[in-house]
Design a protein around this ligand. Structure first.
Ligand code: EPZ
Length: 416
């Protein structure tokens, strides 16, 4: 397994270009299952999870050509199935469930297991399909769904589930009648998906708000569309600038997708200025410790919680970081402690007391965003840090060590 090695202490300067968003690309690629016509999508990031999605779709008989711009042709679907060996490597495979049931009237999708950050149930996805008339049973770790044609329904999500909203929004585009999603998630990735579906002829209103209305149509056409930039990758680099006394230009991001983070980083003393094509992000003279509570969008994103915790480890005071979305998203704490951080977990919160210095250590990545926080801590630590199991990071960050070294970091990958 590859390792990443960092020698800390270098301030970051220069430009970094943000890649397409993993969490937008996954549902957008899968939406092509809804039509027999080819769809072409651009700004697709080069990530392990994207390769897994290609495998998943090809498994079903879907033809895929290209890499950063891909054409996906689901003219003939030979298998309405997502097997365990693929789903276990990428939970987002659950996103094929809605489109397959809507297009084929049936689907057999492995229940995604839990992962490092939580149990990750999909009960809300299943209940919504049942509300739309599908019979859904669980057999041997698989979800088996079938229906003649989905019927529009009013669905109330107990929680604003991102992939749940995406799954059912896709399914509803071909249902008979009107579907209203209440307490829907509001993430920008959902708006991106809704725009793509609308381009295919779907009738959708309200994406980006907590009530989305979809009027079913008999069929959808192909489309050409782009995937939005990755706000979590952008946020990770913004935090890195604040930690390393840096001053960088984050290019190709959409600033308004980052408002919650930008507001918080300004409170820590950073200067963040809109520029042509993105944001200029400069560290403050000192790092004010701030409290953070993760919430569904437009609140502070849970996917940046580990990263801002690394930042607060070198803050000037006390920071209380509360994780409200997932039940076990503090796996990075034990690794940060090994680098000299002062963190105490109390229930769903981590109390972070800033320390003057972190120290390089041998560490291990546990999940995608936790590994990003270890890289951030390593960038400022005294000495050398080794991070193993970096396959976690390759799932969601495109050439992260190349981008950081272009900004002046002393970082390299050691191939296994
Ligand atoms: C999406 O996961 C993202 N993944 C996650 O990003 C992100 O952390 C999460 O949304 C929250 O923003 C993709 O978009 C591919 P949820 P998702 O359903 O959809 C509970 C990353 O690092 N819930 O919004 O799986 C669930 O347990 C990943 O890129 C149910 O109880 O998250 C959680 O507590 C990590 N039942 C809460 O809702 C359900 O049926 C929010 O989960 C579904 C969800």
């Amino acid at each position: 397994m590859d390792k990443i090695v960092v020698n800390g202490g270098k301030p970051l300067h220069g430009d970094v270009r943000i890649s397409g968003a993993k969490n937008a690309a996954l549902p957008v690629l899968i939406s092509a299952l809804l039509t027999e016509s080819p769809c072409t999508f651009s700004n697709i990031p080069d990530l392990v999870d994207i390769k897994t999605t290609f495998k998943l779709l090809r498994n079903m008989g879907v033809e895929i050509e290209g890499d950063s711009t891909v054409t996906v042709s689901a003219g003939k679907i030979t298998a309405s199935e997502a097997p365990y060996d693929l789903v276990k490597t990428m939970r987002a495979s659950i996103l094929v469930l809605g489109p397959l049931v809507a297009r084929m009237g049936r689907a057999r999708v492995s229940l995604p297991g839990g992962c490092a950050i939580g149990a990750r149930p999909v009960n809300l996805h299943i209940k919504a399909l049942q509300d739309m008339g599908a019979s859904v049973e669980l057999h041997g770790g698989y979800i088996e769904a079938r229906v003649d044609r989905l019927k529009g329904a009013t669905i109330y999500f107990d929680l604003p589930t991102v992939t749940g909203t995406e799954n059912i929004m896709m399914a509803a585009t071909l249902a008979d009648g009107v579907t209203v999603l209440q307490n829907a998630a509001r993430e920008p990735e959902i708006v991106n998906l809704a725009d793509v579906l609308t381009g295919m002829g779907a009738k959708i209103s309200g994406a980006g708000t907590d009530v989305i209305t979809i009027t079913g149509v008999p069929g959808l056409s192909g489309t050409e569309a782009a995937v939005i930039p990755d706000r979590i990758e952008a946020g990770t680099f913004m935090i890195a600038a604040g930690m390393t006394h840096g001053d960088i230009n984050v290019l190709g991001c959409i600033p308004q997708h980052l408002d919650a983070l930008t507001n918080k980083l300004r409170d820590t003393g950073m200067t963040i200025t809109p520029i042509a094509g993105g944001l200029r992000v400069a560290a403050g003279r000192k790092i004010n410790s701030v409290d953070v509570k993760t919430l569904p969008y437009p609140g502070f994103p849970t996917d940046l919680q580990a990263q801002i915790m690394a930042y607060m480890c070198i803050g000037s005071g006390l920071s209380v970081i509360t994780e409200t979305v997932f039940e076990n998203r503090f796996m990075h704490v034990s690794e940060l402690l090994r680098m000299g951080a002062d963190i105490v977990i109390q229930g769903g919160s981590a109390v972070v007391r800033g320390v003057p210095t972190l120290y390089g250590a041998q560490t291990m990545a546990t999940d995608l965003r936790a590994s990003a926080s270890l890289i951030l801590a390593a960038l400022v630590a005294q000495g050398t840090t080794e991070i193993s199991r970096v396959y976690h990071i390759d799932r969601g960050y495109e050439s992260i060590e190349t981008k950081f070294s272009a900004l002046g970091a002393d970082i390299r990958r050691i191939k296994a």
